[in-house]
Design a protein around this ligand. Structure first.
Ligand code: CA
Length: 224
């Protein structure tokens, strides 16, 4: 059974998260401070950690993550209360898988946990999936993370390539902006689904009309 550790000192938030996590059929273990949370993670080896940054006691969330990373690469979702905390997360390169800024909805947290777990499962899956694509003059090799047009390398930003990857993996299926954002995890996205439009525009500009990228008005995008 998927087990999730929540470390959050505000009881209301902690209980709400626990409620939503349990509703997904996952097991939840909640802690109110860094020391007991870290100890629990070491003992329980959970599948996922939701970690508040501002915690009472000697260890804040960043300390917990830093100590955790010595021995574990469990996915971590940070809960932050302020923008400067976000800067600290990004600056420290702690290997956090994502963060959300308060106030947030428990539903959003669950969606993000799901996306990270799904990504982890996809990475460990042994089934070989198609990783090379050709559209007219455009050739895309996801394993090498290379995109060429008539043999010339096209340089894509990480987010653009990740977005392209999620569209390719769902060829022929219309994806909403939220689905694309969820699939294209790990970018410096802070919550505006319109971010997708910006990256789509860049993709179109760089790859041209050979890429069969269709806008489905009012919903999202489809490739092929
Ligand atoms: Ca707190």
């Amino acid at each position: 059974m998927t087990s999730i550790v929540v470390i959050e000192d505000e009881p209301d938030i902690r209980n709400l998260l626990a409620l939503y996590i349990e509703k997904e059929g996952w097991r939840v273990h909640s802690y109110g401070d860094g020391e007991s949370g870290l100890e629990a993670i070491r003992a329980l080896q959970p599948d996922f950690v939701v970690l508040d940054i501002g915690l009472p006691g000697d260890l804040d969330g960043l300390d917990v993550c830093r100590q955790l990373r010595v021995t574990s690469d469990v996915p971590v979702l940070f809960l932050t209360a302020r923008d400067d905390e976000v800067d600290r997360i990004l600056g420290l390169e702690l290997g956090a898988d994502d963060y959300v800024t308060k106030p947030f909805s428990a539903r959003e947290i669950v969606a993000r946990i799901k996306a990270v777990l799904r990504r982890g499962a996809a990475q460990t899956a042994t089934t070989k999936t198609l990783r090379h694509f050709q559209f007219g003059s455009i050739s895309i090799d996801l394993d090498r993370r290379e995109v060429n047009s008539d043999g010339e390398t096209i340089s894509l930003a990480t987010q653009e390539l990740t977005l392209l990857e999620s569209l390719l993996e769902n060829q022929g299926i219309v994806l909403s902006r939220d689905q694309i954002l969820n699939a294209a995890w790990g970018q410096d996205w802070v919550g505006d689904p319109r971010t997708v439009d910006v990256h789509i525009r860049q993709l179109r500009k760089k790859l041209g009309s050979d890429l069969p990228l269709v806008t489905v008005r009012g919903f999202g995008y489809r490739l092929g």
